[in-house]
Design a binder for this molecule. Structure first.
Ligand SMILES: NC(=O)c1ccc[n+]([C@@H]2O[C@H](COP(=O)([O-])OP(=O)(O)OC[C@H]3O[C@@H](n4cnc5c(N)ncnc54)[C@H](OP(=O)(O)O)[C@@H]3O)[C@@H](O)[C@H]2O)c1
Length: 291
């Protein structure tokens, strides 16, 4: 299988490389923004046509959720035009495109879990551009997988876990939002799910379309922070417990509105691809590598 990966320096991109490197049968080319800017359609066409992958994995994105409110056109170019460029050329060379999307396509007002067919209604610019990207990919290339995930963390890049660990250096008490709920998702688990899907598609699976995939169990940010600090204590990264008080979204205003409910129903990916949500606690066990 020949796989082209964009956004190689991101959380998911780095996790994909780490796993594919250990799979000798995989012929993959991973490129960062410097080597392949997905908004540049000529560059995309040239590189994809030269490499001729069976599978294109788009791990590139504009992920600065708050900054997107004031950088709408940049966010749109990266989150919509870029994926469209990749999907158009994927269709032309008969490749599959696997594109990553987000819980932010939903309003977060629903009670219970969001399924793939629930009404989309993004509440911020980032969510709007990611939804536009989903639609552009689906329109340009029938053989697409759009994987919606949420609350991504890993040893790479910047993320909530790393922010919490950094705060342990200066704080013994913290206020963390307790009224937003979701499934923290380890980027390594997303990478494993993507590789698994790519392999199944190459072996003849004909399942395409939108799939939810997040970690489990669902918690609030405050509950997630408590678990991070417990793990930090167990790993002897801190000497004394950190008190984490639940605050409300209203008490922690941000430029971009976030969904209160980011809990995604992941039963479709389980039934079509036998991919089961992973327990994110496992990825917190070896917390030292996040430093
Ligand atoms: N992080 C989350 O909590 C979260 C939640 C739900 C869904 N997602 C989705 O999951 C996917 C992966 O997220 P992530 O956390 O791995 O993101 P990330 O760590 O921010 O990585 C994104 C990568 O894309 C690259 N990039 C930006 N613009 C580009 C361009 N024009 N051409 C090529 N590469 C470009 C960035 O490069 P630079 O370093 O040069 O900017 C960065 O390395 C994204 O689609 C995101 O929307 C993320």
């Amino acid at each position: 299988m020949k796989v082209l990966i964009t956004g190689k320096n991101g959380q998911v991109g780095s996790s994909l490389i780490a796993q594919l490197t250990a799979m000798p049968a995989m012929d993959f080319l991973a490129l960062g923004r410097k080597e392949l800017d997905i908004t540049n359609s000529e560059e995309v066409n040239r590189i994809v046509t030269e490499f001729r992958p069976n599978v294109i994995i788009n791990a590139a994105a504009y992920t600065a959720v708050d900054k997107a409110e004031s950088e709408q056109s940049i966010a749109h170019a990266i989150n919509c035009q870029g994926p469209k460029n990749l999907a158009v050329i994927a269709k032309e060379i008969n490749a599959v495109i696997i594109h990553i999307s987000t819980d932010y396509v939903f309003s977060g007002d629903k009670e219970g879990l969001y399924t793939e067919s629930d009404t989309v209604k993004p509440q911020c610019v980032y969510g709007q551009t990611k939804l536009a990207g989903e639609q552009a990919v689906a329109e340009a290339c029938d053989e697409h997988i759009i994987l919606r995930t949420a609350w991504v963390f890993s040893e790479y890049g910047s993320n909530f876990v790393k922010t919490m660990l950094r705060l342990t250096q200066t704080r013994l008490t913290l206020g963390v939002v307790g009224d937003q709920f979701g499934g923290p998702t380890y980027a390594g688990d997303i990478a494993a799910a993507i590789i698994d899907i790519a392999e199944q598609l190459q072996k003849g699976s004909h399942h395409y379309g939108v799939y939810n995939y997040t970690g489990y169990p669902y918690v609030s940010w405050q509950e997630f922070a408590v678990q991070i600090f417990e793990s930090a204590l167990a790993n002897k990264m801190i000497n004394s417990p950190i008190a984490v008080n639940a605050i409300t979204t209203a008490e922690y205003p941000t430029p971009a509105k976030r969904p209160a409910n980011s809990k995604l129903d992941c039963s479709k990916i389980a039934s079509d691809f036998s991919i089961i949500q992973s327990d994110w606690h496992a990825a917190l066990k070896s917390l030292k590598k996040y430093q």
